[in-house]
Design a protein around this ligand. Sequence first.
Ligand SMILES: [Zn+2]
Length: 488
Amino acid sequence: MLIKKSETGFLPESLEVIGMLVNEAEPENVVLDPLRGEIRDFCRKHVINEHFYGKMGTSILLHVSGDTVKYVYIHGIGKKNEALCENAIRTGAFNVVRLAAKKGCSTIALNVPCAEDKVRSRSIAEGSILGLYKFNKYLAEDKDDTFKEPRELIVLNGNEDGINEGTVLGEAQCYVRDLANEPGNIINPQVLSAKALALADELSLECEIWNEERIRNEKMEAYYSVGRGSANPPRFIRLTYTPKQEFKEHVVFVGKGVTFDSGGLNIKPAEYMLTMKGDKSGACAVLGAIRAASKLKLPVKLSVIIAAAENMPGGNSFRPDDILRARNGKTIEINNTDAEGRLTLADALCYASELNPDKIVDIATLTGACAVALGSSTGGLFTNNDELGEKIIAASKSSGERFWKMPMDDANLRKSIKSSFADLSNCGERYGGAITAAMFLEAFVEKDIPWAHLDIAGIDFIKKPWSYYVEGASGFGMRTLASLLMEL
Ligand SMILES: [Zn+2]
């Protein structure tokens, strides 16, 4: 689907679907420009009869019996400048595009207040691209068989740069979803490394991949041990994007890439093992972020690191009570093999620190405790640097992905990852589990490097569709990472 701005600011005459995103007002004052003539009168009548105020998230769909226009979809985005309004815009654009695709319409016009603003046009394009997302490659027959990608979307008074950025970001999120939706029998650590290599080839990125032998020789025993029980050996992946122009910062993103998490010897109960193909979502998010950074030619050097592994029970699995030595020399006593993500991240963070970057951000489906604390639509943010934390919150707001900062200064809670026999224990008590996981990770980051940890457990996989999320992998977090780079 081609997304372009209208040159004239008027509604072209030959479009099948018109999306009107409107601010809240009394029904008789809801702004229905640039509709004209009979269609406008028809819409006004319905807006008044249906008491439509344009409240955030409300909508009406009108079937028009005109010559070319078939549907008008009116979607409220709330009061002018209302917080979360950008997300209502993404949802509105998503709904319009999906409606057109399901009805087999090929041309769409979208009217959004202040579309000339770059950030707003970015949101419009993001929502529109996500409106086309489907993961149906394994279906012999799609029950939505009328779903047809529209040919063209015209954004009235849109901002071209914003549309281009939003298109790149929306497509990157679809790429993240496609990867994360693949099950464990399709994507194991080797396949993930091949996907990373393919991305590097496509975008001319630097790429390094280590096999299990190299990982072991690199003194990454914490990470190496996680993959020991699986027939699919681990792969360590590093991609680097270096901008052609001058750049000020080198940022490292580390993504948790557990391609399937059975829990290991501390095996998960059946209902908790479902959706564990999504335990690689952090890795998928950082791959999406480097894809976006490279396509947008951002002036930031970016390295992404993935310590990919599959956590399985087997004769060679690591065990509870094992004591492992991480790359920075710290020892870890295992008291739960299902707290494996932090072991892979520990060595990845040591390696990231050695690159001596200006910032490190890791993203991981790390703890069920984070989902218990924040629900399944907000991610946890943990940091050793308030300034970086604020930048991430700002990036998360502009991308419509909620993150909430959690405390790292509870000395009493910190005791729960102490061990009598090693420098650290890999799993603290249940209460505060998201925080102790972050405290654990902090021990593997070089102290003077600003670092943040994003816990996206609970939001990585959508069970009931909402907003612009469809069932399956959400791709959550990637746009926050990309927006962070854009704002640096
Ligand atoms: Zn686990």
